[in-house]
Design a protein around this ligand. Structure first.
Ligand code: ATP
Length: 290
């Protein structure tokens, strides 16, 4: 399976939400990483056909998806940013309903729903009302409905919003489990959602694709630009005013700043190994004061 985005643009009131976005995806997990408002949902909405682009094409195996119509949708599983569930539906009834919408034959859908509920550890909840589930359980129902048609392309828009750390880890493991022989596109602004599971990260800023590479390669690209500097309360201000700081930690030796900059920020600064959060900040961060 191959998906190609070709020069996609979308404007709202003369302002670009997405500008000349081009990328190619093959089987694997892709983290679409960008700050709030970077254009992630716009791209996904264009991809799944909810939104029309002003310009550009989405191709599946080199065919424009607009020519494929319903056939394209049968290849897609989609979990929106704010999934709306019927709270009075029981889990299994909701999944049966989704099978009807997706035109999945009854017996096949029933079997698939039960298998998926088992994989996400929700078999015991299949007769519970959706309104009675925790946020994490509801997200798992969301991913089950996205997987009902055994899609080649799984699209998840901010899927870990509202999950606690343990649920977040479980969810990541689940995505990895489901990623075999599929394209998974996972939009998020939370770096740790994709740092360990994405084969490639697409870094989006103000509607434009800044970078596409593996997390490791992206981190290597900024080697030599991440520094550790120890300061005092008196000398800290100057650093905060001049540099991107990705972390601050205070202990009995002083305040340890993780600084991101092309130049050595202090004669005593030492280089440290970059991570994906540093990459995100290096390319898309504004210097913010709190
Ligand atoms: N219907 C709309 N009308 C006007 N502007 C919009 C509309 N939808 C999105 N935008 C603007 O387009 C830009 C991209 O928004 P988008 O929702 O795609 O970003 P995002 O990366 O998904 O952000 P978030 O993480 O907050 O969901 C933003 O500046 C947003 O304000």
């Amino acid at each position: 399976m191959k998906v190609t985005f070709k020069d996609i643009s979308k404007q709202y009131k003369g302002k670009y939400a997405l500008k000349d976005f081009s990328s190619e995806l093959e089987n694997g997990i892709y983290g679409l990483l960008g700050a709030n408002g970077a254009g992630k949902t716009t791209l996904i909405n264009i991809f799944v056909g909810i939104l029309k682009s002003d310009k550009g094409q989405v191709l599946m195996n080199d065919v424009d998806v607009r020519h494929l119509g319903i056939d394209f949708l049968s290849h897609i599983g989609y979990l929106p940013q704010y999934p709306q569930f019927y709270k009075n539906f029981e889990v299994m009834d909701f999944l049966r309903y989704m099978c009807v919408l997706k035109d999945i034959p009854k017996e096949q859908g029933e079997k698939r729903a039960k298998e998926l509920l088992d994989i996400v550890n929700l078999s015991d909840a299949s007769n519970k009302k959706i309104g009675a589930l925790s946020g994490g359980m509801r997200q798992r129902v969301g991913i089950v409905q996205a997987m009902l048609n055994d899609p080649d392309i799984l699209i998840l828009d901010e899927p870990t919003a509202g999950l606690d750390p343990q649920e977040r880890i479980r969810f990541r493991n689940l995505i990895t489990k489901f990623s075999e022989n599929r394209i998974v596109l996972l939009a998020t602004h939370i770096v740790s959602d994709v740092e360990y599971i994405a084969n490639q990260v697409l870094l989006l800023k103000a509607g434009q694709l800044l970078k596409q590479n593996s997390p490791q390669a992206l981190a290597r690209e900024i080697e030599g630009k991440v520094w550790m500097v120890t300061v005092t309360d008196e000398t800290m201000e100057e650093k905060l005013n001049h540099f991107h700081i990705s972390n601050m930690m205070r202990d009995h030796d002083g305040i340890h700043l993780r600084v991101i900059d092309d130049e050595k920020p202090d004669p005593h600064a030492v280089n440290i190994e970059p991570n994906l959060e540093d990459v995100f900040l290096y390319y898309s961060g504004e210097r913010e004061r709190w």
